[in-house]
Design a protein around this ligand. Sequence first.
Ligand code: KIV
Length: 272
Amino acid sequence: MSTYNENIRKVTTLHLREMKQTGEKISMLTAYDYSMAKIIDEAGMDVILVGDSAANVMAGYTTTLPMTIEQMIYHAQSVVRATKRAMVLADMPFGTCSGNPEKSLEYAICIMKETGVDGLKIEGGEEIIADIRKIVDAGIPVMGHLGLMPQSINKYGSYGIRAKGNEEAAKLLKDAQLLEEAGCIGVVLEKIPAQLAKEVTEKISVPTIGIGAGAHTDGQVLVMQDMLGINKDFAPKFLRRYADLHTVITEAVGNYIKDVKENTFPNEKESY
Ligand code: KIV
């Protein structure tokens, strides 16, 4: 059996809604460059997210805050060039959607025009709902992002689980409903209790995509470097590693170094 729906030539917002209705889970993974996006797309991923986690895994920053709009455009252009089937979403970087709807729309249009992505992901709820409405009303698909919002790390002070208490959980549910009303195509729920994610998933009509939010969301998202085991230092409970590329790459590079030092590479067949 195929792991994905081969009848879909290009995943659209309509497909995401249908998947929620039929119970087909939505697969989503991050990518930031052409080569990896091509592999991920050809494997049948439904959604590729050009996350601002690029600031961490591509650039080595400790937070996502330094990511600029120019850097996001560069990564998103590379991913779009590689992708045929998957829907491609780009994150709006920190500071580009923060309570000034006109300005936020300008940034959103800039990313859409420069990159050709299919939509945007935006962190935040009620506080930026006017910005999100403005962007959606301009015809741009928006995926919301609630729970742990890495762009707000300085406000939280930690990357711990969010919405464990009743008050924060109630706000999160209300925010999800506001995002649905504003016309969002879905909502990412990051690092929240599975029971709360289930409740949100049942109460809104648009898909929820979880990361560290249990099994009841309509789909799952992971950061590519984490699930492929490239990034050894990051091992939260929610992460499942599907490969150990750190070891594979280390061994391959070690063998290459050895062959060069011993002058066994290149051999005659590998020479002109
Ligand atoms: O930037 C990112 O990669 C994300 C995912 C973790 C959802 O926001």
